[in-house]
Structures are given as C-alpha cells and as structure tokens.
Design a protein around this ligand. Structure first.
Ligand SMILES: *Cc1c(COP(=O)(O)O)cnc(C)c1O
Length: 377
C-alpha cells in the first residue's frame, strides 16, 4: 500500500460539513445583540437535558468547572474524600483538589479502562471508603460507559454521591444497550472542540434529576448570585456563552449520526485486529453502545509501534503518558504510592485515528499497518 497521510483528528471537517447550519446560528446570535445568559443557553440546556434523559441541565464554561461545581454544590470540600479512578484525564482529580477535598484513587479494570465490577472486588473500591468519603467520580473513559448500575448500588449502600465524568461519552449507552439516562446523581460534560459533542471554543454542562443541585450550580457559576448583585455564596464566573450554545444546538442534532459513524469505524478496526497478541484491542462487547471518543489499543512495544505508524504517515496520540499520581501536580502528595494498573496503562496505551470524518479507506490503511507491524513481531 502506498504511504497515505492519516491525521489523528481534523476539526475543520466538522465545520465544513455543518457550515450552512453553523452560519445560520452565528447570524442569529450576532443579530440578537445578546451574548451571555440568554435564549440560546436556555434552549441548549433543555435540549441537552432531554437528550441525556435528565430533568435538568446547567451550562458552564468547561468540563473541569462542571465537575468542580457539582462537588461544591454538594458541599464537598476540605476534610472530605472523593474516590477517583487511577487512570483518567487529570481534570477528574483536579476538580476534587480545587474543591479542597482529597482524591482517593482506585485502580481501573485494564481491559475496559474504567472502574468496573472486577475492580470493585479486587482493587478495593470498598476499602477506599472511609468515614470522610463523600462521593465517587466514575469516568466514562474513551467513550465507554462505566458500569453505572453497579456503581449506583455501591454508592447507595455507602451513602455517598455518584458523580459521572462523561466528558468523553456524549450519547453513550450502558453496555447492556439501555438508554442514556445513566448519570448517577449528576454528570459533568465537556464541549472542548475535540469531544464527541464539541463547540468552537470552551464549554461544559452539568446534568441531573436533582433540581436543587442544578439551582446551586447556576448560582455558583454566576458569582454566587441568583439575583444580580446579591451574592449569597462565594461563587465563580463559569458561563457557557450564547454563541457556543447556538453552535452546540446544531452539533447536538448530528451527534447520534456522528457517533454511529465512529461505531462503524471501530467495528472495522476490531475486525481487522482480531487475533493479534502484539496489539491488544479494546473490548468489542460494547461496539454499538460505546461512542468511541478514542480508539485505544495497548502494546508492550508502544514506542516502536508509534514510530512505525509515524513512518507510515499515521498520527497517533497517547491518552495519557503520565498517570495522575506521578504527575508533578500530585507526585508529592502520592509519593511512594503504587498503582500498577494505571502505571501499566500509561506505558502501553496508544490512541489511533478516530473521528466521524475519517474514511473507511483511512481506517483500513491504519489497520493494515498495525497488522504488518504485529506480523514482523
Ligand atoms: C476533557 C475532559 C475533562 C475536562 O474538560 P475541559 O472542558 O477541558 O475542562 C474532564 N474529564 C475528562 C475525562 C475529559 O476527557
């Protein structure tokens, strides 16, 4: 096969495909002369709540703030502990720290990359609960829904909140195929441009059935005020703006179709990579539920594999090369702590090109390069 260039992601494609609709949204907001806290944000909040099968939604400035404001709205702060997965994007941990609470890591299932039934037994989810534990944050990592049903039962038994970090899983259903309405007590979303539902700047949202929680988040995001200049608590400035909300309303209408395209490409990768021992595929049991924010393989020879793909014109990324507890931000606090699953994943994971705008030909080219690499041993 001739060398092709396969980019990891090209966001210009998302604009090109939706250009006429995005232009209409842009014109509408510009003509309105209203840019913060208006009709577009309100409309998006109700459309996104309905999409998530949730009763309420609050738009915020980004995914980190969505997590942080959920914790603050629940009154979680200094002296409290929050259980987090050992393997995740660092925002999950930073949200806990910035609320003043302490992240308590629990290992993930290296096969699914999420907290799971196996980790609940083997890696001591129960052992991580102390009298100070107030919540558990489950992460739907790489587009795969964490086992929310089991985790809901676990959190109920232990009288702690279940918060779901869904920043990578807009539209994902449970692995048993049931609907999207599995978000624990509250879920946080990010609309960073590269996410499955992305905007063209920064954005985020909280969804929940808990009206009181959403009201608290709306107060906190607006300097702690419901009524202008009446600041009841020490809030922050964390707003989703009108323009991004208008763009998100367009993107939301295409989300399911775009997730289906990701699923088709993932099935193509899974079929092509079957039976390889050199390169471990992600689990295929959820191929039609998982929304494949990333397609992540594992290899003991990752550096060699990544170089081989680079030479073939294929761009890959590593999500994430440094485990949270070993990053500069946490190395002091977690000195001497070993989290073997997280450390192994940081050494082995490799994200392949994946988006609704990659073609079947491009995926076939990448899969072929992977097979050739595996055969060469
Ligand atoms: C992207 C992401 C976030 C943070 O979202 P931002 O909008 O970048 O603040 C949080 N958690 C996970 C798992 C993410 O992938």
């Amino acid at each position: 096969m001739a060398v092709q260039t396969v980019p990891f992601l090209d966001l210009a494609n998302t604009v090109a495909e939706l250009r006429p609709e995005l232009d209409v949204a842009y014109q509408r907001v510009m003509a309105s002369g209203w840019f913060i806290d208006g009709a577009e944000v309100q409309a998006f909040e109700s459309e996104f709540a309905a999409y998530c099968h949730a009763k309420h939604c609050a738009g915020v400035a980004n995914g980190l703030d969505a997590l942080h404001l959920i914790l603050r709205a629940y009154g979680i702060g200094p002296d409290d502990e929050v259980i987090v997965p050992s393997h995740t994007f660092i925002a999950t941990w930073l949200a806990v720290s910035s609320a003043g609470a302490t992240p308590v890591p629990v290992e993930v299932d290296p096969r699914t990359f999420c907290l799971g039934p196996a980790t609940m037994r083997e890696s001591g989810l129960q052992a991580a609960v102390s009298p100070r534990t107030k919540a558990l944050i489950a992460v739907d990592l790489y587009g795969r829904k964490a086992p929310i049903r089991q985790l809901t039962a676990f959190c109920k038994e232990n009288s702690i909140k279940l918060i779901v970090d869904s920043a990578q899983a807009h539209g994902a259903r449970a692995v048993d195929g049931t609907d999207r309405g599995l978000f624990g007590d509250a879920a946080a979303y990010s609309f960073y441009p590269g996410k499955n539902l992305g905007c063209y700047g920064d954005g985020g949202a909280v969804v929940s059935d808990d009206k009181h929680l959403i009201q608290r988040v709306k107060q906190l995001r607006n300097y702690g005020a419901f009524e202008k200049y009446h600041h009841e608590v020490q809030g922050v400035n964390s707003r989703l703006d009108e323009l991004q909300a208008a763009f998100l309303r367009v993107r939301l209408r295409h989300l399911d179709a775009w997730n289906r395209r990701r699923q088709a490409l993932a099935s193509q990768y899974l079929a092509a990579l079957q039976g390889q021992s050199e390169i471990l595929s992600p689990p295929g049991d959820s191929a039609s539920c998982d929304v494949w924010h990333l397609f992540v393989v594992r290899s003991k020879k990752r550096a060699k594999l990544q170089q081989y793909l680079t030479d073939a014109g294929i761009t890959t990324q590593i999500h994430y090369p440094v485990p949270c507890h070993k990053s500069g931000a946490y190395a002091g606090q977690f000195a001497g702590v070993r989290l073997p699953a997280a450390e192994m994943l940081a050494d082995e994971v490799l994200s392949l090109p994946m988006s609704p705008h990659h073609s079947a030909d491009q995926i076939a080219y990448v899969a072929n390069a992977l097979r050739t690499f595996a055969q060469q041993g």
